[in-house]
Design a protein around this ligand. Structure first.
Ligand SMILES: [Fe+2]
Length: 310
């Protein structure tokens, strides 16, 4: 596999801006052989279902029931054809661990980022490949790791909001940390007046400040995007504080006053969240275990068929 520069138009100002503001950067993944139509179809065809989500979304404004589907038995091409007609998205959640070729590419991305952003100390990188139907939306939410979105096919608009109240509050982050589900932030349309909006075309990447709320609207086309996530020692310590505060607030009724990532209060929370993680006190939802209710079917106008009895 030919090595190619991941960020061909890197600007020296990017290193200082990384994580401080929403930062658009050009990338080359859309031209990489692992993201050709053939490669994506082949990946879909063999991808282990337990490492993917296939989710159907509701009409805009309608409460979204989380319905999982499947595409077993379809060729990758047929699955893509169905997604282009349907109202679904597939997230190949951990492509780099499932397929060593994507793992090698992620390693290259990590190394190039480390070289270009001195002092970042990013580790535990993960790569998700998101294939979504025309008009798909990702609702207003925030994520806990450091995050970038790289556009591969199609066009989507991403709105990034300030990482500050009222757009996001500590209690919101704590709820996300406790539940493991990111899509539960309260949203008001006027928030958009304070968002930075980026139209993402193939070859565009956006990296945004840690925990900044965001939402995404696809244009009327099939979209393929890559999400990159990573942790740093500081993000990990912040996450331990968030978990500790979440437990204090929700289980002991104590309003936490500090988000310090050092000193005795930090270490108390570090021990608390470590002790309770994985117990009934911190119950994380696992959406991927729901039984499939529909299957992709490119022969149908809506691209999906209901599974009888599901
Ligand atoms: Fe996100």
């Amino acid at each position: 596999m030919a090595a190619q520069t991941i960020f061909p138009a890197w600007d020296p100002t990017h290193a200082g801006l990384w994580g401080a503001v929403p930062l658009p950067i050009a990338h080359s993944l859309h031209e990489h052989e692992l993201f050709s139509d053939e490669a994506l179809a082949a990946l879909l065809e063999t991808y282990p279902r337990e490492h993917a989500s296939l989710v159907q979304w509701g009409r805009h404004g309608e409460a979204q029931a989380w319905r999982e589907g499947e595409w077993s038995g379809l060729s990758g091409r047929a699955a893509l054809e169905a997604i282009a007609k349907a109202r679904v998205w597939i997230n190949l959640r951990n492509a780099a661990r499932v397929d060593p070729r994507y793992g090698a590419l992620l390693e290259q991305i990590a190394q190039e980022t480390a070289r270009r952003v001195p002092g970042l100390c990013a580790y535990n990188w993960t790569m998700g490949i998101l294939i979504s139907s025309p008009g798909s939306r990702t609702l207003y939410h925030a994520d806990l790791p450091g995050q970038s979105l790289l556009q591969i096919r199609g066009v989507k608009k991403i709105y990034v909001y300030p990482r500050a109240a009222p757009f996001i509050e500590d209690a919101h982050l704590e709820k996300i940390a406790l539940s493991g589900v990111e899509a539960s932030l309260p949203y008001q349309p006027w928030y958009d007046d304070h968002a930075r909006v980026y139209e993402m075309h193939p070859g565009d990447m956006l990296h945004w400040p840690l925990n900044a709320p965001h939402r995404v609207d696809n244009e009327d086309c099939l979209c393929v995007s890559v999400t990159l996530e990573y942790f740093t020692p500081e993000i990990r310590r912040g996450h331990m504080v968030t978990m500790g505060n979440a437990i204090l607030r929700s289980k002991f009724g104590i309003a936490p006053r500090s988000r310090a990532t050092h000193g005795p209060a930090f270490w108390g929370k570090a021990v608390l969240q470590r002790a309770l993680r994985g117990t009934k006190w911190v119950k994380r939802q696992d959406r991927a275990r729901r039984p499939p209710e529909f299957r992709l079917d490119p022969s149908l106008p809506g691209g999906v068929a209901e599974i009888a009895g599901a």
